[in-house]
Design a protein around this ligand. Sequence first.
Ligand code: SF4
Length: 439
Amino acid sequence: MREKARQIKDETLLHLDKYLERFAENAERAGATIHWARDGREACQIVLNLINERGAKNVVKSKSMATEEIHLNAALEKAGINPIETDLGEWIIQLAGETPSHIVVPAIHKTKGQIADLFVEKVGIEPTGDVDVLTRTARRILRRRFAEAEIGVSGVNFGVAETGTVLILENEGNARLTTSLPKTHIAVMGIEKIIPKFTDLDVFLKLLPRSGTGQRLTTYQSLITGTKRNSSDEGPEAVHIVLMDNGRSKMLSHPVTRQSLACIRCGACLNACPVYQAVGGHAYGSVYPGPIGAVITPQLIGNEKAKQLPFASSLCGACREVCPVKIDIPELLLHLRAEIADGAANGKKSATAPVGKTIERFGFGVYGLAWSSAGFYRLGTKTGRLMQKLVAKNGKIGRVSGLLAEIAPPLGNWTEFRDAPTIAQKSFREIWKDDLAVK
Ligand code: SF4
């Protein structure tokens, strides 16, 4: 199944120009209007123009990583439009003023208690620990928003070239309401989302839900081909599809980076990644976290702005193992590392290799020496145990700030989003010697 999916994606990406044109022709034949956006700024402007042309004030959105990528909400808010996220997780982080920490489960970093406190503060409910009450509150508020909305903005999971159809997969029904209740539907879609034939959906409909959420099939699959046909039908009177490049053509131009565009945003590589599991999504400082974020973010915003990301990996290959379209993420990481190192070797200021820094080299040299000697290792962990008393509280190291963060910046950066665990009071050898050895 994975082989088949990859073959379809490779074939599409190799002839993307042809399939995009076919998709655009067929979508327009069905009544949709196609817009082409070279970058995020253009895509935001197109959406804003469409909203302004209709004099719309009420906009609802369903979950879309493409619109997160181009910071559409911020662009609309700047123009006085307040779009409402309607996916429960997205709505929670919108209320909290945060960004998603996972591409499939945006509020995975929040506990039930934190969400309850947020609802008390932002929507004025009585304090509760009952999840049903929380979800019913969200449903009650969002239903009204759907009824008022003049425009619905969505992302797209797949665009079928053969028919001009867009497919949106979801579990909450909010995407279907977003795309069918308002009179105008705007779909923002990366150009890589195209697949050639309707029957190709068979393989992706099996792979995406299984890899994303472990489901055989998502609860809703909305297939949208143009506008409603008759005035008595349900559905939007106008459908606009914004086909966005935003750095994708550049990825397409190299055989190694091209595979980044095969990604179907299932999130499986995040769930399998030991680094993501330890640091969470916000630590990546980018819209796309985890292994796929580490490879596409530098390509989207430039190596200069995301030069640490390709290095933030152990190259264990767990992401490659689980990826439903067999993207070789470790190969991509090495490719980007080489690009960054080459940039540094050529004296390009824009791509300084992190490993080239003298202090860092010195630090890792000392670390290597100390950790290759049992005596130094024991001394190091004993010293660490003493030192951590300065910052540890209730068995963990919370946010480190002030003088200590200035002396040791990594400590401040590492604890900005996540607590660090403390060194155990006793090593395994000490436990063995003191408590477990047969005396
Ligand atoms: S790289 Fe593969 S595993 Fe990761 S999100 Fe994309 S399709 Fe899923």
